[in-house]
Write a protein that binds this ligand. Structure first.
Ligand code: M6R
Length: 603
């Protein structure tokens, strides 16, 4: 969803902001813009609909002058995809500019108030109320920029990350409430500061990060005589008047994590990285795992809560917890979690799983659970994300940044961590660790060029079809759901998953000559799933088998060696590659599927 980058330093701001915008592209967006303050103290603003590079080709974003500025990629929520609705937005008196991620839920009332005071609006966005409210408070109550911004932030309802810049004082203010915003502190010599929706936006220039919390308002000021730039963090809800001290942490990611390297796309790079990332996810601190295992044992009712691919990982884990540890877990889609509110007690444990740690549905579910006194464990990839901040305990996936919109390496990392928990709960933790180590070789072969080329052949055959069906049983039903999601997201071919046993209850009506049907086979499910394969085959379906052994009824076979409880981790990889190949054949950008955003921060 929307991306934010702000800069103040000794260099020209435009190239820094332009690079930052490019690194934010993966979040999903439809328009972008930059505003700087030039040496004469004037705003220089350019914004347009389209891709960052195309906007630059049309408007030359690099000729904006000045060493301070803010920039934005917009994913439309309020108001269409138009130049006027693109950010930054400027106050009526042209003194304050703003960029914003999230939704101002009470913007209609705020807009009505401002209109009654004579303000006019250029756009259809909710965002435009923000700079105008600041102007209103500065003028009507003679507040300075900082106090007027604080008052404005207090009046906004909803989740947001917002950055404002004041032309007169050359001050930047960023604030966070439920949407992501991190502070980057440049090397001492460079004396530069950044704000961004996520770290890769400024990773090239600094690894020193301050994770901001909800309610934080950070102010960047420049001493007029020494030109030294400094920041202070306040609680904009006014709970403490004194500045808040937050630690500066050094991130272990480097630029190679946030660039494509030798790969054509992040998606392919991240699929290939699974050789390492599954192992990194499995390398958890045993004591921490034991501690969380104990919380699971002690709990009266355990929920696994997540959205999208993360939900599929939970669904898969539910089978594993049952099979290995005879332990029942309630797996719930995050946006549906409120329906279960009456079951939430202080003894309930909620395990929230999220790559980004910023998915609003997951955050909402966790907040509901916390209000009921539940304990929260999160499984997250992004360090310092909102979810980690509101959890009692966190397990990190350690996958490095996932830039492609599609979850690939973090999905298998989630499965690895959840599998460790299941093994631990069964009192077989070491066995789980060993079994995960053993996957290295399988994943290496699955991501190698030979397998990729074979899957390319399959993609060529499937690319002309309008529908693809996917079948699995047990944990591989969850894999089938994830496989269908991967195919849909990036190829836009309709793909639908069924539990094998459900086929005869309706879906088989859609099978006709040539209908492609992907079937996940494991030792446990081979008998039953193969009878489903035969049902499809006898109606003319084209069967793609994924599993340990080729079977006569398969028209196409991809070998994935049997790894028992861990089959879901390896079995999804060929389909990740298939989805990638389909996107290429159909002329889609695998890293930026239409309409999708990397982290979904609006309801
Ligand atoms: O960051 P999260 O894991 O919470 O994201 C959840 C979903 O939005 C995400 O998995 C989505 O379904 C991806 N596009 C899947 O490829």
């Amino acid at each position: 969803m929307c991306g934010i980058i702000a800069y103040t330093g000794g260099e020209d701001a435009a190239p820094v902001l332009f690079e930052g915008l490019k690194r934010l592209e993966y979040r999903g967006y439809d328009s972008a813009g930059i505003v700087t303050i030039n040496d004469s103290g004037e705003f220089e603003l350019k914004k347009q609909v389209g891709k960052v590079q195309d906007i630059h080709n049309e408007l030359n974003l690099l000729d904006l002058s000045g060493s301070i500025g803010i920039a934005h990629t917009r994913w439309a929520t309020h108001g269409g995809v138009t130049q006027k609705n693109a950010h930054p937005h400027v106050s009526n008196n042209s003194e304050i500019a703003v960029i914003h991620n999230g939704i101002v839920e009470n913007y209609k009332e705020l807009k009505a108030l401002l209109v009654s005071k004579g303000f006019h609006f250029e756009s259809e966005t909710d965002t435009e109320v923000i700079p105008n409210l600041v102007e209103y408070w500065m003028d009507s109550k003679h507040l300075n920029f900082i106090d007027a911004t604080m008052k404005t932030l207090q009046s906004l309802e909803g989740n947001f990350a917002v950055v404002l810049i004041d032309r007169d004082t050359r001050t930047i203010i960023g604030a966070k409430n439920g949407s992501p915003l991190v502070l980057g502190v440049g090397e001492r010599k460079k004396n530069e500061l950044f704000l961004a929706s996520d770290i890769p936006a400024f990773l090239e220039r600094t690894k020193n990060v301050v994770y901001l919390y909800d309610g934080d308002m950070v102010v960047f000021e420049t001493d007029p005589s020494s030109k030294k730039r400094s920041y202070q963090i306040f609680d904009f809800r006014g709970r403490t008047e004194r500045p808040i001290i937050r630690p500066i942490q050094s991130v272990s990611w480097n630029l190679s994590h946030a660039t494509k390297g030798d790969f054509d796309h992040f998606m392919l790079k991240e699929i290939a990285e699974q050789v390492e990332t599954i192992q990194k996810a499995a390398a958890q601190d045993p004591e921490h795992i034991q501690n969380i295992t104990q919380s699971i044992r002690n709990a009266k009712g355990v929920f696994l809560v997540a959205s999208g691919s993360s939900y599929h990982a939970c669904l898969s884990a539910g089978y594993l917890f049952a099979k290995l540890a005879s332990f029942h877990i309630n797996t719930v889609i995050a946006s549906e979690f409120s329906q279960y509110e009456s079951f939430l007690k202080p003894e309930t444990l909620v395990i929230a799983v999220s790559q980004s740690g910023e998915t609003i549905d997951v955050l909402d579910a966790v907040k509901t659970a916390k209000e009921k006194g539940c304990q929260i464990v999160s499984i997250v990839n992004v360090v310092g994300s909102s979810l980690t901040q509101i959890s009692h305990k966190t397990l990190l996936l350690n996958s490095g940044p996932e830039i492609s919109v599609l979850s690939t390496k973090t999905y298998t990392a989630q499965l690895a961590v959840l599998s460790l928990l299941a093994y631990s709960l069964a009192g077989r933790y070491e066995e789980g660790v060993q079994k995960l180590k053993f996957l290295w070789n399988i994943v290496y072969n699955l991501t190698a060029a030979t397998t990729r080329n074979k899957i390319k052949e399959l993609a060529t055959r499937l690319a002309t079809h309008d529908h693809i069906f996917v079948l699995g049983r047990g944990p591989l039903y969850a894999t089938a759901l994830e496989a269908a999601l991967k195919i849909k997201e990036v190829s836009y071919i309709h793909a639908e998953a069924f539990a094998g046993g459900e086929l005869k209850h309706g879906p088989i009506a859609m099978v006709k000559k040539g209908t492609p049907c992907i079937i996940f086979v494991s030792r446990d499910t081979v008998k039953t799933i193969l009878s489903n394969a035969m049902e499809v085959k006898s109606r003319g379906g084209y069967i793609i088998g994924i599993g340990p052994e080729p079977i006569e009824s398969f028209d196409f076979f991809i070998k994935v060696p049997e790894s028992n409880s861990l089959n879901p981790i390896c079995d999804i990889i060929p389909i990740q590659i298939l989805a990638y190949q389909l996107a290429l054949i159909l002329g889609h950008d695998p890293d930026k599927p239409r309409n999708l955003a990397k982290s979904v921060t609006v309801r």
